[in-house]
Design a protein around this ligand. Structure first.
Ligand code: PLP
Length: 425
């Protein structure tokens, strides 16, 4: 469910004609819907209301300050994976006591930064990290609250690069290793073990893998309780899948009905870390057709957006719906209907630069605008300046009004951090 819809053949974001935005700020442009973000936070909370969870929005999905402010205003906490994300969250007015910090490679500087901010806890992913945190805490004369991120060895059946809970993945600590660490916790005297954490992947479309992982971790929790650790927090991570094509995702309530009965009434404070679920369908990437080219019986629609703006199709083979911003034809993904096929590509000099391949798309002309849907998550946050392309602006729509929340980069922005080497003497 989102607030992007056609009115009289014109695509609107909430009550704003997207052409009006393009006419003012140009293309490509990311357009976000404030109401969609708010709706998804509400839906998510409602689904899991039996657990009264702390919902920590995962910043890496979309870290624009305007997005983070909407989340903070709705009362969410934040899941961060870097010092940069912590900086952004705090700038957006985050309550530090609702921030959890995940990731396999937290540096000493980042650990210090998080301690200065007073975050809720670290999701620790290795013995080495535990040693580092304990040592840093010791120099500060404090004790730090940590959860152990468990690698439950469960396959989330999503893309190879977004499956994170199998034994061969780099994430988390194996169950038996976690128990062993807990047995000799005296080695980490400045850490207090107060929780367990999992995050088994992203764009997960079935509840089964969550249930499997949770059951395993609850057994571990019992073992840790017997060792005297007061395991109070259980962080179930993110990964809740959304609609890209249509039909592949399930409602939050379906995830909840598999998860809630497993953890309810066990004296646990539950944390959830949705990213994509909150923002994925809350954004589009609007692009203009530069040229249409016919070659080897194929139609290439060459646009001004490219893999540097949206890398998911080339990186994950991801499907994004693409449709003209002005049309009376209803969207179809059906290749058997009488809609000609097209490869939608960008100007970047890579054969891997495509947004869609062999896709039904009405005839479009140069200058026409196309909407690439579900570009609210892992789009701008993964954008780059490859081919010296300035990154596209971001616009937030709220009802009938809209504003630029990140301006288009300029050529000067591209070279700003560069310096000439000193002249040789
Ligand atoms: C990326 C990530 C998330 C969010 O994943 P989504 O699929 O966007 O919900 C949550 N927790 C951790 C630790 C992550 O790395």
């Amino acid at each position: 469910m989102d607030y992007f819809h056609y009115r009289s053949g014109r695509l609107h974001a909430e009550d704003v004609d997207v052409d009006e935005i393009a006419a003012s700020v140009g293309t490509p442009v990311y357009i976000y819907s404030c109401r969609t973000i708010e709706l998804h936070i509400e839906r998510f909370r409602e689904a899991f209301s039996a657990l009264s969870p702390l919902v920590c929005y995962s910043v890496k999905a979309n870290s624009n300050l305007a997005v983070l402010r909407i989340c903070a205003a709705a009362g969410t906490g934040f899941d961060i994976v870097s010092g940069g994300e912590l900086f952004r969250a705090l700038r957006a007015g985050a309550d530090a006591s609702k921030i959890v910090y995940s990731g396999v490679g937290k540096t000493a500087a980042e650990i210090e930064q998080a301690l200065d901010a007073g975050i809720l806890l670290f999701n620790v992913e290795s013995q080495a990290e535990l040693e580092a945190i304990s040592a840093i805490a010791a120099t500060r004369g404090t004790t730090v609250d940590v959860s152990l991120r468990i690698n439950p060895d469960v396959d989330a059946h999503t893309h190879e690069f977004t499956t994170t809970g199998r034994a061969r993945d780099k994430f988390g600590i194996a169950m038996e290793d976690a128990e062993e660490l807990a047995q000799r916790w005296g080695d980490f005297p400045n850490c207090r073990l107060i929780g367990l954490d999992i995050h088994i992947g992203s764009q997960i479309t079935k509840p089964g893998p969550y249930a499997l992982a949770i059951e395993k971790v609850l057994v571990l929790r019992d073992a840790l309780l017997r060792l005297g650790h007061e395991i109070r927090y259980f962080d179930i991570g993110g990964g809740f899948g959304i609609f890209y094509r249509g039909g592949e995702a399930i409602p939050a309530a379906d995830f909840a009905s598999a998860i809630v009965p497993l953890v309810e009434g066990k004296g646990l404070d539950v944390i959830l870390e949705p990213g994509r679920f909150i923002v994925g369908n809350a954004g589009i990437l609007l692009t203009s057709v530069i040229y249409v080219k016919k070659q080897s019986g194929k139609r290439f629609v060459i646009c001004d957006a490219a893999m540097n703006d949206l890398v998911r199709p080339s990186m994950y083979g991801a499907y994004h719906r693409i449709w003209p911003a002005r049309t009376h034809m209803p969207f179809t993904a059906d290749e058997s209907v009488d809609t000609p096929l097209a490869d939608v590509v960008g100007p970047v000099c890579e054969s891997g630069d495509f947004m869609a391949k062999g896709r039904p798309l009405p005839r479009v002309e140069e200058g026409e605008r196309l909407s690439i849907f579900a570009a609210g998550a892992y789009a701008m946050t993964m954008a780059s300046n490859y081919n010296a392309r300035p990154r596209a602006p971001e616009v937030m729509v709220d009802g009938a009004s809209w504003s630029v929340v990140r301006r288009r980069e300029t050529f000067e922005d591209l070279i700003r951090p560069e310096e000439e080497p000193p002249a040789e003497i």
